[in-house]
Design a protein around this ligand. Structure first.
Ligand code: SF4
Length: 335
């Protein structure tokens, strides 16, 4: 185990973790709400340093990131634990598991991960994903620093539930984020994630201001967060506070974990897509077979720039400088 960052020692061997908005106060032997940070002898330790629960190579589109090195691969790692407890979590087997209970860890160092990334075909770097990466903050940070030295990119797929200080401390080592904005009401966050909305909005603002590449995913769950008026308020907030160029991925819900609703109707996704397109330049449907709404179009002339379906990506008309081949305007896609 490695001593954690961002905590303070309290009286009677208690510690207070300051990594995320829970601010867990832990007595000796207690583990935080994320299931991986533990008070040992009056100090806070991470139980997931130098370990991975999942490791694989994915298309970058699978994160999803559509405007960051399209068509490339990314070595992806995940561990166990999460500081939210979504009833619809797709990865609940690892996200809701205590580090002390998990039997499938592979012991691995940052150096080994970086070496693997350097050997991987068409690979741009490392994605910290599958569970909530900020719960393995220390290992992610050390790996990201080393990856940068070797010229690799670092991508974080996160719920955005982190405090400002730790986020800003890590930002110089991170290149791109996909942040899950699960809904736009406190009620939804309280009831279905056990967290709060406001810290996630704060995270989004900080990342957008930092100019680090940002994309957002919103999983559309029938009857829970698909109200069109509420959705439009969210999309307007993204446009006004973060910028109308931020790509938004609307993802189709399928029953998972504790939530057993019918999958999102395609017509509902299409309707929300049209609403979002009124306010944002780039909106995508995910978890559906829809080439039209998965492809990227020039914001100026409307020509298709990148054709996609599921994880098949074909760059059609973008020149070597990242400009539209038809009208010459910058696509603002990171290559
Ligand atoms: S990171 Fe974990 S231990 Fe720290 S405050 Fe958040 S939930 Fe609690």
């Amino acid at each position: 185990m490695k001593e954690a960052l961002f905590y303070s020692k309290q009286e009677n061997n208690k510690v207070r973790c300051e990594l995320c908005p829970w601010y867990c106060e832990l007595n000796l032997g207690q583990t935080g709400n994320c299931k991986v940070r533990i008070n040992v002898g009056g100090e806070l330790f991470t139980g997931v340093y130098n370990k991975v629960a999942a490791l694989g190579t994915d298309p970058i589109e699978k994160k999803p990131l559509y405007h960051f090195h399209p068509g490339k691969n990314i070595l992806s790692i995940g561990e166990v634990g999460c500081n939210l407890h979504c009833s619809f979590c797709q990865n609940h087997n690892i996200s809701q598991c205590f580090a002390s209970d998990f039997r499938g860890f592979k012991n691995v160092t940052s150096e080994q991960i970086v070496n693997e990334a350097l050997k991987t075909y068409q690979n741009i770097g490392i994605a910290y994903t599958y569970n909530e990466p900020f719960t393995f903050y220390e290992f992610m940070l050390d790996t990201a620093k080393l990856a940068h030295i070797k010229g690799l990119k670092n991508v974080v797929v996160s719920n955005g539930y982190i405090n400002t200080g730790p986020l800003e401390f890590a930002l110089p080592f991170l290149d791109a984020f996909n942040i899950d904005l699960k809904a736009f009401t406190s009620h939804f966050y309280n009831k279905y994630t056990k967290g709060q909305l406001e810290p996630v909005l704060q995270t989004l603002k900080i990342i957008a201001e930092s100019k680090t590449h940002l994309e957002i995913t919103n999983l559309i769950i029938p009857g829970l967060n698909d109200d069109e008026k509420e959705f439009e308020i969210m999309v307007k907030w993204i446009s006004f506070e973060l910028g109308n160029q931020i790509p938004l991925h609307l993802s189709r819900y399928f029953p998972q974990h504790k939530l057993h609703l019918s999958p999102t109707p395609i017509e509902k996704l299409e309707s929300l897509y049209e609403i979002a397109k009124k306010h944002l330049q780039h909106v995508y449907l995910g978890n559906v077979n829809d080439e039209k709404r998965s492809s990227t179009y020039c914001r100026e002339c409307g020509e298709m720039l990148i054709k996609r379906n599921w994880f098949l990506t074909k760059i059609i008309q973008i020149d070597s400088n990242g400009n539209c081949d038809n009208c010459g305007i910058s696509s603002k896609i990171v290559f």
